[in-house]
Design a protein around this ligand. Structure first.
Ligand SMILES: [Fe+2]
Ligand SMILES: [Fe+2]
Length: 296
């Protein structure tokens, strides 16, 4: 049950503070990266997945609290729960705004809700041992997904292409505030998984199931949004070639880079602190308009 070897300073310094941010979406254009509907909707998939997904993270981690025997880790998990709960609500507001603009996200969100609540939700009739096993398995899914959220967070903090394309500044702040908190808390789910089960097989299975599921959900989400967009009426069909063109312009992460990042998760010596920069994340949070407003 020991925790992996990581620089002690990283953990001594990790005090996760939920920042109660507010965003005003009244002026957000439907294509908030001007003239880039596919890039806009590829990133918009986050708003479809995260409210349901992050509420589920919170439920799983609350259930895991009684199993934690390390005081520092418990504090980190509580901070993680606080941050993810606010993330879910912030993305929910964007979904509500999309509906107001004539793009109804509810059919897709119902499918996401079914996945997290029915397939991955609480199960009746389990023995205490089965309950513990099912809980740790779900923590391993969260740990693998958090590898991607940290990857995306690190990407969006280092994506001048979005600024060059004149992406909406409020949406950029939402993405970078959220991305910075993902980088900030990137080790918590992984450390919780290792605390509950240090076995390599658990880590491997978590990524082997979550990785392809996430890619599948993302592709479906992009197709759904492009078809549901009232200004496009299905006129744009997403292709890998187009995704790569957009990535080369710096508006999306390169798919090959995302794949290489996922493969690093399988290295025996992997730890999330090897990815991204906490000091860069904290530097953004010190200047983020929403995070600064929340601090007052
Ligand atoms: Fe989050
Ligand atoms: Fe997260």
């Amino acid at each position: 049950m020991s925790r992996p070897a990581v620089p002690p300073a990283v953990h001594d310094a990790l005090v996760l503070e939920p920042r109660d941010v507010q965003f005003d979406w009244a002026a957000l254009p439907l294509h908030w990266i001007p003239d880039e509907p596919m890039a806009t909707h590829t990133i918009n998939v986050l708003h479809l997945l995260l409210p349901e997904g992050e509420r589920w993270f919170v439920e799983v981690f609350k259930d895991a609290l009684p199993l934690i025997t390390d005081d520092q880790l418990r504090e980190e998990v509580l901070g993680f729960i606080g941050q993810e709960a606010i993330h879910a609500e912030a993305h929910q507001e964007v979904l509500d705004h999309l509906l107001g603009q004539g793009l109804d996200p509810r059919p897709y969100v119902r499918q996401v809700s079914w996945l997290f609540q029915r397939i991955l939700g609480p199960r009746a009739g389990q023995s205490p041992l089965q309950q513990r096993e099912y809980l740790i398995e779900r923590v391993a899914f969260v740990a693998a997904i958090e590898h991607f959220t940290a990857f995306l967070g690190n990407w969006v903090l280092n994506s001048p292409g979005l600024d060059r394309a004149k992406a909406d500044p409020t949406m950029l702040d939402l993405l970078r505030w959220h991305g910075a908190e993902e980088v900030e808390h990137r080790s918590v789910a992984y450390d919780l998984m290792v605390h509950l089960d240090p076995g390599y097989l658990r880590r491997l299975r978590g990524m082997a199931i979550s990785g392809p599921t996430l890619v599948h959900l993302w592709i479906r989400g992009v197709r759904f949004l492009l078809a549901a967009d009232p200004s496009l009426r299905g006129s744009i069909r997403p292709t890998w070639r187009e995704a790569q063109r957009i990535a080369r312009r710096g508006l999306l992460p390169e798919p090959a880079r995302a794949l290489r990042s996922a493969l690093r998760y399988f290295r025996p010596s992997y730890h999330p602190t090897q990815e991204g920069s906490s000091s860069q994340a904290l530097a953004y949070l010190a200047t983020s308009p929403a995070a600064r407003a929340a601090a007052h």
